[in-house]
Ligand binder design. Structure first.
Ligand SMILES: Nc1ncnc2c1ncn2[C@@H]1O[C@H](COP(=O)(O)OP(=O)(O)OP(=O)(O)O)[C@@H](O)[C@H]1O
Ligand SMILES: [Mg+2]
Length: 300
C-alpha cells in the first residue's frame, strides 16, 4: 500500500510544488516507483507543471478535478465524482517517464474550501469534513508505491484533508530568517491536528531549497537549524519531554538554479538530467529522494 507524504509550509514560494514534482519524477524515473500526485492548491501550480493549462481546462470543464470531489461531499445533488476517471495517467511531460498519475486541482477550490470550512464549523465534533479526500483516495491507494500531496501555503481545511491521508510530511524551506520563522508554528499545528483527530503524521524533516552556497545567511541558517536538533538531543530526558524536537535537516540541499526554476515548464526536456540541469543537482535530487523514501519506510 502506498506511503503518503505531504509537502507543507505556511510560507509561500519556498519550493513546495517544485519539490513535490521533482520527488515524483525522481521516484519514478530513478527508482521505478509508481506515484500519485495530489494537487490540493487552488493555484494549480503542480497541475499545470504536469499537464499544462489546456488539458487542465478540459478537466475543469468536465468535473474531473478535486473541486468536484469536495462539491459532491457538500451536495448530494452534485454530479458524481469518479476518482478513476479523474486520475490522469502518466502525466509527466517527459514522454519517456511513465508511472506518475495526477489528481488535479482547480482555481474553484478557494470557494469550495470556504464551504467545507463552514461545514466543519457547523459540525465541530465531526471528522467527516476532514475525511473527504482520504475516503476517496483510499480506494486507489493500493495501486501506488507513493502518494505525494502538494498543499497550499496554509493549514486550512483542505490541507488538513491532506494530513488525514498522509503518513508523513516534509517542510521545504529556503534557509533564511523569514522562511524558517514559521517552522515551530507548522509543527504545533500538525500536533494540534493529531490531538484532535487521533491521526499521527510523522515529520520527515526540512528540505533545504533555493540554497545559495556563497551566502553566509544561508550557511548560518542551516547550521542554526542543525544545531537546534543537536541541542535538543543533548537535553536530559525529562526536559526533552516538555518541548517538541525540532525537525531534522534532510542532508541534501537543493541549490537555487535557473534549471530547477525552468523545470516547472510544461515541456518535454527528454531526460531528468536535461530537465533539472544535470551534474550535482541531479545527484542531490536523487539522493534526497532516496533519503525521503528510506525514512518514510523506517518511520511510518
Ligand atoms: N531550487 C530552485 N531554484 C530556483 N528557483 C526555484 C527553485 N525551486 C523553486 N523555484 C522557483 O521559485 C518559485 C516558487 O516555487 P514553488 O511554486 O515551487 O513554491 P511553492 O512553495 O509551491 O509556492 P506556493 O506557496 O505559492 O505554492 C517558482 O517560480 C519556482 O520555479
Ligand atoms: Mg505551490
Amino acid at each position: 500500500m502506498a506511503k503518503v507524504i505531504a509537502t507543507i509550509n505556511l510560507k509561500g514560494g519556498v519550493g513546495k510544488s517544485t519539490m513535490t514534482a521533482a520527488l515524483a519524477e525522481f521516484m519514478a524515473g530513478m527508482f521505478g516507483k509508481s506515484v500519485l500526485l495530489i494537487d490540493l492548491d487552488p493555484q494549480t501550480n503542480l497541475t499545470t507543471m504536469m499537464i499544462g493549462t489546456e488539458h487542465w481546462h478540459e478537466l475543469n470543464n468536465s468535473g474531473r478535478t478535486l473541486k468536484a470531489l469536495f462539491e459532491q461531499a457538500l451536495d448530494s445533488q452534485a454530479p458524481k465524482f469518479d476518482i478513476d476517471d479523474a486520475i490522469q495517467r502518466n502525466v509527466s511531460p517527459l514522454a519517456k517517464l511513465a508511472g506518475i498519475d495526477l489528481l488535479a486541482s482547480s482555481l474553484d477550490m478557494i470557494e469550495i474550501s470556504e464551504e467545507v470550512a463552514a461545514w466543519q464549523y457547523d459540525e465541530p465534533d465531526s471528522l467527516q469534513p476532514l475525511l473527504v479526500l482520504k475516503e476517496a483516495v483510499d480506494t486507489v491507494r493500493d495501486h501506488y508505491d507513493y502518494i505525494l500531496i502538494d498543499c497550499p501555503p496554509n493549514m486550512g481545511i483542505i490541507t488538513r484533508n491532506g494530513l488525514m491521508l498522509a503518513d508523513a510530511y516534509v517542510i521545504p524551506t529556503i534557509p533564511d530568517v523569514l522562511s524558517t520563522y514559521g517552522i515551530p508554528q507548522i509543527q504545533k499545528r500538525v500536533r494540534m491536528f493529531s490531538e484532535k483527530t487521533g491521526h499521527h503524521v510523522q515529520a520527515l524533516g526540512l528540505i533545504i531549497t533555493k540554497y545559495r552556497a556563497n551566502t553566509n545567511l544561508h550557511r548560518n541558517t542551516i547550521q542554526r537549524l542543525q544545531n537546534a536538533v543537536l541541542d535538543y538531543d543533548a537535553l536530559p530526558a525529562a526536559e526533552r519531554k516538555l518541548i517538541e524536537r525540532p525537525p531534522n535537516v534532510i542532508p541534501y540541499w537543493i541549490p537555487e538554479a535557473t534549471d530547477i526554476a525552468a523545470a516547472a515548464e510544461f515541456f518535454d526536456f527528454g531526460t531528468l538530467k536535461n530537465r533539472y540541469g544535470g551534474g550535482k543537482k541531479v545527484d542531490d535530487l536523487r539522493d534526497l529522494t532516496s533519503h525521503v523514501m528510506t525514512n518514510v519506510e523506517i518511520y511510518t
